[in-house]
Design a protein around this ligand. Structure first.
Ligand code: 5GP
Length: 192
């Protein structure tokens, strides 16, 4: 997606440890006109899929998921990061290691909002090692729901998450795929 690549080039900041900061338009301040184009593009890419719910993870996936959901006319459920799992059997839970915060979270979703009839489109802001998406896939499997696709705004192609998910047979559509980032010069190269 050309508009997105241009914005990443203009406003993305390459940090140590292979982290790309896009706080100016995606992760802190949110550019809703751009989100709108992103939502439209996900709808175009997954138009053939009978999606009836979008699943994301808090916090940064939520904004993108909500705008995308307007194009699909479906609800959004976000998996919650929690300190204490309530073990009353009302939730599905899994563990996800955060790439940016280097810690493991318990992540839950209520059984009320995810079930066998759901045909899920997963949406997230970044795909790196794939921990977040694999955690969401776990929750979907626990619920007996099915996965229609995975929509990612920025995939860091130098990390293995995208490749492993595609090898498993998942349909992953990333709107921008980064081939390489230079921490010294701040340059960002895309894969096409
Ligand atoms: P993964 O779980 O695939 O390793 O990493 C994806 C998650 O970590 C995303 O939900 C995103 O919030 C965060 N993340 C991973 N890499 C980056 C990055 O380079 N920049 C930012 N801003 N977030 C990242």
């Amino acid at each position: 997606m050309e508009l997105l690549e241009k914005r990443i080039q203009e406003d993305g900041v390459v940090k140590k440890g292979g982290v790309l900061k896009v706080d100016n338009f995606l992760n802190h301040q949110m550019d809703i006109a751009l989100f709108n184009e992103i939502g439209k593009e996900f709808k175009r890419l997954f138009a053939d899929r009978p999606v009836n719910k979008i699943l994301t993870i808090e916090a940064s996936g939520i904004g993108i998921a909500c705008i995308t959901a307007q194009y699909f006319q479906v609800p959004v459920v976000f998996a919650k990061k929690t300190q204490s799992i309530n073990l009353d059997g009302e939730v599905y839970s899994t563990k996800i290691e955060s790439f940016t915060h280097k810690r493991v979270y318990d992540v839950i979703v209520s059984k009320k909002y995810l079930g066998p009839k759901d045909r899920i489109l997963i949406i997230d802001d970044f795909l790196a090692n794939g921990c977040a998406v694999n955690g969401l896939l776990d929750l979907i499997e626990c619920a007996g729901a099915s996965v229609e696709g995975i929509g990612i705004v920025i995939e860091k192609g130098q990390q293995m998450g995208g490749r492993l998910l595609r090898e498993k047979g998942c349909r992953v559509e990333s709107l921008a795929v980064i081939e390489r980032m230079d921490e010294e010069t701040g340059e960002i190269f895309f894969r096409h």
